[in-house]
Design a protein around this ligand. Structure first.
Ligand code: HEM
Length: 442
């Protein structure tokens, strides 16, 4: 489909012409996130979270690189001291770098979870965006591995015992499990070899994530963005150029969200962490309650839900269920049988969607507290519901539900039958809108 406002990129100065002939990077940017990229005109604020995830990835990489300049990967007390003494007290603004990195990880997960649930509600995983979704899941798995290894680096009590417990998952697998665990740790227990390899991989993986993000956006730009109606773009009245409309919306929203991030970083920097990680690692003293960071709690609850050996040991069931809870999301585009994308037009799906949100919150709550019989029972019920939702409920409601009538087009849903204004006309009215897009409107 062609858009009258989407004029091809035209270099304006002699220098930009010179660059364009040799390396057409500005042309690529113009087509990808500039005035040349058409986006549905009705995107709501939930569509800001992809860009926010990119901003937090950047924050993590930049703060992480500077932290690594001062970090000493030594299990003999060097790692703990370099973080808690050198970086927190001696390095100029080191405390800010560390708190921004620590809370940046949490905020990265917050925005990613909102981004994922946005996709679940509006059916963004459905054709033709299956690969966008699957690449997103690859990013999510890489994020989890990176966050886990990062948490080990300060070599506090939770770092050490977290590494012990999480690598211990692998020993649940018969025959190959223990050799894999020893291979991951570089020994029989977390030690210097573990710390050094985790540091190396923790530095590497964010760049791998950045590479997969490029593929994620590339795959998104083939069909273009989904939107709150779930109805595909039909004509140019349904679209707006990414710039200036979404650059402005993403820009102000990022400013507001980053303000919240800075408030937490400055005023409650340890709120999302665990106090035991301010105690140096001690292999001879097991903490009363070993917990991972909050963003792993739902999976931790699934792991702890298996308490009885049945054909396989309970621990192996727990590990298999935990990994399956994420892996089954790769099948989601085919498990959801409804041809309608957006939850706005699916009355039955909408209810079950909110039940799933509630269920994941319950799982997180059950996973974060020390296990008691009552909590384990709640976690078990929530685990059963989680799998039921994806494997049974979604396939069935797609078949039995009667969706609400879909709008003819995005513009008709927004304008409720009024004559839609074309993007060029809208741009012409925008104060300060400039350049090629404005010219195209005239
Ligand atoms: C580093 C992490 C990530 C970054 C930087 C990122 C970036 C983006 C951006 C910029 C967009 C377009 C804007 C938007 O729709 O919000 C997008 C769309 C999308 N992302 Fe991500 N993403 C990340 C992780 C994920 C994950 C973990 C998933 C799912 C498991 C995911 C699934 C999707 C889907 C399905 C879309 C298409 C949305 C639509 O058109 O409705 N992304 N992503």
């Amino acid at each position: 489909m062609s858009f009258s406002w989407a004029k091809p990129y035209e270099p304006k100065t002699a220098l930009s012409r010179w660059i364009d002939d040799r390396l057409p990077l500005p042309r690529l940017v113009y087509g990808a996130i500039g005035g040349g990229y058409p986006v549905p005109g009705n995107l709501n604020y939930f569509w800001n979270f992809g860009v926010l995830a990119g901003i937090f990835l950047t924050i993590q990489i930049v703060t992480g690189i500077v932290l690594a300049m001062h970090f000493m990967a030594s299990a003999d007390g060097g790692a703990f001291t370099s973080v808690n003494q050198l970086i927190m007290r001696d390095v100029n603004a080191g405390w800010l770098l560390r708190y921004a990195h620590m809370n940046g990880a949490s905020f990265f997960f917050i925005v990613t979870y909102i981004h994922i649930f946005r996709g679940l509600y509006y059916g963004s995983y459905k054709a033709p965006r299956e690969l966008v979704w699957m690449l997103g899941l690859v990013i999510y798995l890489l994020m989890m591995a990176t966050a886990f290894m990062g948490y080990v680096l300060p070599w506090g009590q939770m770092s050490y015992w977290g590494a012990q417990v999480i690598t211990g998952f692998f020993s649940a697998f018969p025959l190959v499990g223990e050799p894999i665990r020893v291979w991951l740790l570089g020994g029989y227990a977390p030690d210097q070899a573990t710390l050094t390899r985790f540091f190396s991989l923790h530095y590497l993986l964010p760049f791998v994530i950045a590479g997969v993000v490029v593929l994620h956006i590339w795959a998104l730009h083939i069909p273009g963005s989904n939107n709150p109606t779930g109805v595909s773009v039909k004509n140019e009245k349904d679209t707006l150029p990414f710039h200036p409309f979404y650059t402005a919306k993403d820009g102000w929203f990022a400013g507001a969200f980053l303000t919240l991030f800075m408030v937490v970083t400055y005023f409650a920097p340890d709120y999302l962490g665990h106090p035991d990680n301010y105690i140096p690692a001690n292999p001879l003293s097991t903490p009363a309650h070993i917990v991972p960071e909050w963003y792993f709690w739902p999976f931790y609850a699934i792991l702890k839900s298996f308490t009885v050996d049945f054909i396989l040991p309970a621990k192996l069931w727990g590990v298999l269920a935990m990994f399956s809870s994420i892996l089954l999301l790769f099948l989601l585009p085919w498990l959801d049988t409804s041809p309608v994308r957006s939850g706005n037009y699916r009355p039955l799906f909408k209810r079950f969607f909110w039940l799933l949100v509630f269920d994941v919150i319950i799982l997180g709550w059950a996973g974060g507290f020390p296990p008691s019989p009552k909590l384990v029972a709640i976690g078990q019920a929530a685990t059963i519901y989680y799998f039921l939702h994806f494997l049974v409920i979604l396939p069935i409601i797609g078949r039995i539900e009667t969706p609400l009538p879909l709008p003819d087009s995005i513009s008709s849903s927004v304008l409720h039958g009024e004559a839609a204004e074309s993007a060029p006309a809208a741009i012409a009215k925008t104060p300060g809108a400039r350049s090629t897009t404005t010219k195209a409107a005239q």
